[in-house]
Design a protein around this ligand. Structure first.
Ligand SMILES: Nc1nc2c(c(=O)[nH]1)N=C(CO)CN2
Length: 157
């Protein structure tokens, strides 16, 4: 069981600085917002998926909170806004992206929030850091652990 948030940045922030520092500051912002960060991965530098040319800083956090998923997502959006994220360009360079990846074994099919995150099992930049914080979490639809999903992704290439 785990509530997992993925953090990503590939654009510097005026005050916080480079993407790695943005991610570190965002982890602190979660704690400041009352979200207890139980485990956090190290900050990975990852090749961009999609059109952006810039590398990302990515991390995941396993958190504890009494907030239900929708309220937690709202809080994540508030933190993104505090970091000056602009929402217009899909998959453009971004200061801070916070995704709710998993909420224990909750399954939810939108609108606005899908659980688990529908692409999590295909994204190395989510699964590699998740291996550090929740390798035994099991995907409630696929029936696979993080370790198994990561192995499948790695075997493909
Ligand atoms: N490596 C990497 N690539 C991405 C990422 C990300 O966080 N890391 N986020 C995206 C939009 O959500 C698009 N591409």
């Amino acid at each position: 069981m785990a509530i997992v948030i993925a953090l990503g940045s590939n654009r510097a922030h005026g005050r916080h600085g480079a993407p790695r520092r943005v991610v570190a500051a965002a982890l602190r912002a979660l704690a400041d917002a009352g979200i207890a960060v139980e485990r956090r991965s190290r900050i990975h530098t990852t090749a961009p998926l999609g059109p952006s040319q810039r590398r990302y800083a990515n991390a995941v956090a396993a958190v504890a909170t009494d907030l239900p998923p929708g309220a937690l997502l709202g809080l994540l959006h508030d933190i993104e806004d505090d970091f000056g994220r602009r929402r217009q360009r899909r998959w453009g360079a971004r200061v801070l992206d916070l995704d709710l990846i998993a909420y224990h074994d909750r399954v939810r099919g939108g609108p606005g929030l899908y659980l688990p995150h529908p692409a999590m099992h295909l994204r190395r930049f989510v699964l590699a850091p998740m291996m550090e914080v929740a390798p035994t979490w099991r995907h409630p639809i696929l029936g696979l652990t993080v370790r198994q999903m990561y192995a499948r992704l790695t075997a493909r290439r």
